[in-house]
Design a protein around this ligand. Structure first.
Ligand code: DX5
Ligand code: ZN
Length: 220
């Protein structure tokens, strides 16, 4: 299991060193939650902030866009140094065109579904995307409770991808910590985002090691 700490739970006064701290702690990706106050009822940060922290880590930057019009901002996030850009199927942008625009920058595209959106919403795009992200909370805020009933979506997406001969990474986001990650592993997740579970732990390295150990134990 790959662990992607969400920078949303970091100390915003020192985002650069918080990013480096996650790399030192053994993180696989840095997950960056971009919110516009329209698509979700919260505002976070945009491309200039991501660009500013880019030099602090060589880990892949996994940028999760919770914004109404992702297509209009792909160039900015590419310039900021994103490696993976995931955007919501529920956004207003044309999905196919947005995937193509992300790919035109050499960046890996991903699609995200909110809890009320069925897994089938990503099926038409499985051959074109690197990652499918299943939200396990309502997007907008860190520190919410894990929605276990989202887990069957992982198998649905995996089965359909196999049927199509597509290979996609499955990411889960929201409420993942030591109490819930075993369920994510059992359900077939490849990447788990964890905000509060890692950033607020007394020792981030130990927290990531424990999360990975729980997954290994689950998968045997
Ligand atoms: C929610 C964000 C998540 C969130 C994860 O809208 O996409 O990445 O910050 O935080 P925790 O792990 O605290 O639920
Ligand atoms: Zn996220």
């Amino acid at each position: 299991m790959k662990i992607a700490p969400s920078i949303l739970s970091c100390d915003f006064a020192v985002m650069g060193s918080e990013t480096r701290r996650m790399e030192d702690a053994g993180a696989d990706y840095i997950h960056l939650d971009v919110m516009d106050g329209h698509f979700v009822p919260n505002l976070t940060f945009g491309a200039p902030v991501i660009k500013a922290i880019r030099p602090y880590s060589s880990l892949p930057f996994d940028v999760h866009l919770m914004i109404d019009n992702p297509y209009d901002y792909i160039d900015d996030f590419a310039d900021a140094g994103a490696d993976i850009i995931t955007f919501h199927v529920e956004s207003r942008s044309d999905i196919g065109k947005t995937i193509e625009k992300i790919k035109s920058h050499g960046i890996k595209p991903g699609l995200v579904i909110k809890p009320q959106t069925p897994a089938s919403a990503v099926f038409p795009y499985l051959k074109d995307i690197f990652m499918a992200l299943v939200m396990t909370v309502e997007p907008g805020f860190g520190g919410q409770s894990f929605m276990e009933d989202m887990l069957p979506k992982l198998k649905e997406i995996r089965d359909e991808a196999e049927r199509q001969g597509a290979s996609v990474l499955l990411e889960l986001d929201g409420g993942i910590n030591e109490a819930t990650i075993s369920m994510a592993a059992a359900a077939g997740g490849d990447v788990c985002v964890s905000g509060t579970g890692v950033f607020k732990a007394p020792d981030a390295k130990q927290a990531i090691e424990r999360l990975k150990a729980l997954c290994e134990k689950e998968r045997g």
